[in-house]
Design a protein around this ligand. Structure first.
Ligand SMILES: [Cu+2]
Length: 300
């Protein structure tokens, strides 16, 4: 099957002045050049795959994403990397075909080329192949989305996040504080202020290797809860509680923010996230219970 229907069919014809035997000899170097080109393409593809496969996690192989700090974030990162590898592979084939057409089918004379109407195999190919590509991307996206949205019945830690103009409140309903306003361990936030320089931001503390469920509620307008290295954000909508669950797998201190323009001081709606070991988490939460219970008692 010829993939170049516009090329005149020269089967059975001879170039003027060239004997059939001489022509066979001239074909050999052309085959050799084709093999070299094939090798060059394979080499380029191998280089691309090893460069982006993510054997080691660095900023180049992460393609702009931060180091994930949850199991779920790693899944998002892998989907992102896989999509880029697929896009680059498709790009290499398309660029290769363009360059091939430009070089080997360039205008060689002023004569009008042979005119053709259609080529059914090629038209079927360029209709079916994009469907397959979209289908593959859709499959991996749907599979990973189902995993990210999974909500096992018994999370280890529950945090109720309340977004308001322009800060956050973090409430731990499993840890009670008798006599306090909410009845639970609660961290009340204030917006970032230039004088405090971030020292007054609310701190969200969660443990590693335990499932943490976030219940998201808003008291006023739509906000969006974004902890950058979770590689995930979810809207916080008044009258429509949202949820998600993660398993942190790396300790550290990170920045969280609102990612839905929610009013004048939206940009000040920052918070600090501390991922600590389970033992450090329990020490911190029990210290909060004692401090907040004492404060509630003295306020009465
Ligand atoms: Cu907001």
């Amino acid at each position: 099957m010829s993939f170049t229907p516009s090329a005149p069919d020269r089967r059975g014809t001879h170039e003027p002045g060239v004997a059939p035997g001489e022509k066979a000899a001239a074909v050999r170097p052309r085959n050799h050049a084709r093999r070299s080109r094939g090798l060059a393409w394979s080499g380029l593809l191998a280089l691309l795959l090893t460069g982006t496969a993510g054997c080691t996690s660095n900023s180049f192989t992460r393609l702009g994403m931060p180091v994930p700090v949850t199991r779920q974030g790693q899944v998002t990162l892998t989907l992102w990397q896989g999509s880029w590898i697929a896009a680059l592979a498709v790009g290499a084939v398309v660029w290769g075909l363009i360059i091939w057409a430009v070089i080997f089918h360039r205008k060689r004379s002023t004569a009008t080329p042979q005119q053709v109407h259609y080529n059914l195999p090629i038209e079927m190919l360029y209709t079916v192949v994009p469907f397959i590509m979209v289908g593959i991307l859709f499959f991996f996206t749907a599979r990973d989305e189902n995993y990210l949205d999974r909500m096992p019945a018994h999370p280890n830690v529950v945090v109720t996040v309340t977004g308001f103009q322009w800060s956050w409140q973090f409430q731990y309903p499993q840890y009670k504080v008798p006599g306090s306003a909410t009845g639970d361990v609660t961290i009340n936030g204030q917006p970032w202020s230039p004088s405090a320089g971030g020292r007054n931001l609310p701190v969200l503390v969660i443990p590693t290797n335990e499932t943490v469920r976030f219940n998201l509620v808003s008291t006023d307008v739509v906000h969006s809860f974004w902890i950058i290295p979770f590689e995930f954000k979810r809207d916080v909508i008044p009258g429509h509680p949202n949820h998600f669950q993660v398993t942190p797998n790396r300790t550290g201190t990170f920045v969280g923010r609102c990612t839905e323009l929610c009013g004048l001081y939206h940009s000040r709606m920052l918070f600090t996230v501390k991922i600590v070991t389970p033992a450090q988490f329990r020490t911190w939460i029990h210290a909060q219970q004692v401090t907040q219970t004492t404060a509630a008692g003295s306020a009465q």
